[in-house]
Design a protein around this ligand. Structure first.
Ligand code: NAI
Length: 460
């Protein structure tokens, strides 16, 4: 630090301007706190620039391609000429850039002191950025996550993470996707829609292994139909690349050749070299553990978002950021219930879930009932020509504790599902509510009708 560093005092200094950090900044400013928000890259972080928003734009472009390719099913004859990646990227970038400008406007209007540069914690209440020392009564760590790789697997050339895959200027002929989790399945879906031959390599016995087992089975069925190849229970051994090919070997001895290898084996916390430990903040395998009020072990230092162990989701980050701002302002907000956080994987078909899986509910509650409503009984899903189901998990004679859905566009149904689980509704409560016909939302209503013992377009 230079000797003439300017001293700046704030109520809250936030390190990291992604979903968790900027939400905390905006809410803090609303509550009349003096806020500094430090960001070394772009305001909006992973979600806006290299995560949620650009990937969902790619997935939408993929859906448009599938519509053109499959139009004949609906009596609309179209020919899919080509995927122009420059055009796809221009569309994707325009979506990101509009949201980025909007967000910059919000931060400016809120009179948040936005500090560009790489910040480092220097003692519990101070963040140093270049020659500035920002001191805060409270400091919020919100430095996010990075795409991990495996030991000995170097990212570069034809071996990439989602970050590089987002800027491809060509459609690869053959892709191997390492990891059949959320990112792996979403990218496999995009590449397939764009015409690539895709093989997913997943170490666990099933795709999207964190989901209810029935969901994994249905997704695998759907991917098989889409000719997405997947190898589950398959462990990666190594990869080599030449000018025109990457060769992936599995522990079984099998080898796969492709134009590129997408590594999607999880995201790690960005906490290295930021002065956290020196400031006394306890780390656990790189993550920052907190109590339920998001306090670290150091007084006045909070952590939010992907660096806090748990679901690495933007909406969790938003909620945590808002929580911490309100906590600092003395509003004593209600603790966030992590089991009530909705999860959506935007591959085709979409997967959406909230609450406990069947296995988790059985373990936690013992006596449970489940019901699977097939989208075959749902008019709108038939119109969309999609297959899937809504699966409910309830405590016997008690509330619904888990909702698991799969099918095209089913992600949009998560809102009602989370209210049901969050408000501990019984199927009988939901059965009394009229759902609009013909919508996919009706499938949720019908599933609850059936579980309440009065099925309409379903068997009891
Ligand atoms: P993930 O944890 O969902 O999936 C990683 C997968 O890689 C796991 O299934 C794991 O078993 C597998 N794997 C690990 N090592 C392996 C090996 N040696 N060989 C074969 N397979 C191996 O992580 P992912 O997909 O990278 O996503 C990272 C985070 O980002 C997740 O927390 C995810 O929730 C979040 N995210 C959320 C999205 C959404 O909400 N739609 C979209 C994209 C990411």
């Amino acid at each position: 630090m230079s000797a003439d560093a300017a001293a700046d005092d704030y109520d809250v200094v936030i390190l990291g301007g992604g979903s968790g950090g900027y939400a905390c900044a905006l809410r803090s400013a609303q509550l009349g706190l003096r806020v500094a928000l430090v960001e070394k890259g772009k305001l909006g972080g992973t979600c806006l620039h290299v995560g949620c928003i650009p990937t969902k734009a790619l997935l939408h472009a993929g859906e448009v391609a599938d519509m053109a390719r499959d139009g004949a099913h609906f009596g609309v004859h179209a020919t899919l000429e080509s995927i122009d990646m420059a055009g796809v990227n221009a569309y994707k970038d325009s979506v990101v850039s509009r949201a980025h400008k909007g967000l910059q406007g919000l931060v400016k209007a809120a009179k948040i002191d936005y500090v560009e540069g790489s910040g480092v914690l220097d003692g519990p209440r101070t963040v140093v950025v270049g020659d500035r020392r920002l001191t805060g009564t409270n400091v919020v760590l919100a430095t996010g996550s990075y795409a991990k790789s495996l030991p000995g697997l170097e990212i570069g050339g034809r071996i990439m993470t989602s970050e590089q895959a987002l800027t491809l200027d060509f459609v690869p002929g053959r892709v191997v996707v390492l990891g059949g989790g959320v990112i792996g399945c979403e990218f496999a879906s995009v590449f397939r829609s764009f015409g690539s031959e895709v093989t997913i390599v997943e170490a666990l016995p099933r795709l999207v292994a964190a989901e209810d087992e029935a969901i994994s089975k249905q997704l695998e069925r759907a991917f098989r139909k889409r000719k997405i190849v997947f190898k589950t229970g398959a462990r990666f051994a190594g990869a080599t690349q030449a000018d025109d090919v990457v060769t992936v070997t599995l522990e079984s001895g099998e080898s796969l050749e492709a134009d590129l290898l997408l590594v999607a084996v999880g995201r790690g916390p960005v906490t290295d070299g930021l002065g956290y430990e020196a400031a006394g903040v306890r780390l656990d395998r790189g993550f920052v553990p907190t109590d339920e009020r998001l306090r670290t072990n150091v007084e006045g230092v909070y952590a939010v978002g992907d660096i806090v162990p748990g679901l690495q989701l933007a909406h969790r980050g938003f909620a945590q950021g808002i929580f911490v701002a309100e906590e600092i302002a003395g509003l004593s907000p209600t603790v966030i219930d992590e089991t009530g956080i909705p999860r959506v994987t935007y591959c085709d078909p979409e997967v959406a879930s909230v609450g406990l899986t069947e296995a988790q509910a059985r373990e936690k509650h013992g006596d449970i009932e489940t019901y699977e409503y097939n989208l075959g009984g749902n008019g709108k899903s038939q119109i969309l020509a999609t297959q899937g189901f809504v699966k409910l998990v309830r405590r016997t004679d008690g509330p619904v504790v888990g909702v698991h859905m799969i099918g095209a566009r089913m992600g949009e149904q998560i809102g009602e599902a989370q209210l049901i689980v969050g408000w501990e509704a019984h199927p009988e409560d939901v059965a009394g509510l009229v759902h609009a016909h013909p919508t996919q939302n009706e499938a949720l209503g019908e599933a609850h009708l059936a579980l309440a013992g009065k099925p309409l377009h379903a068997h009891a």
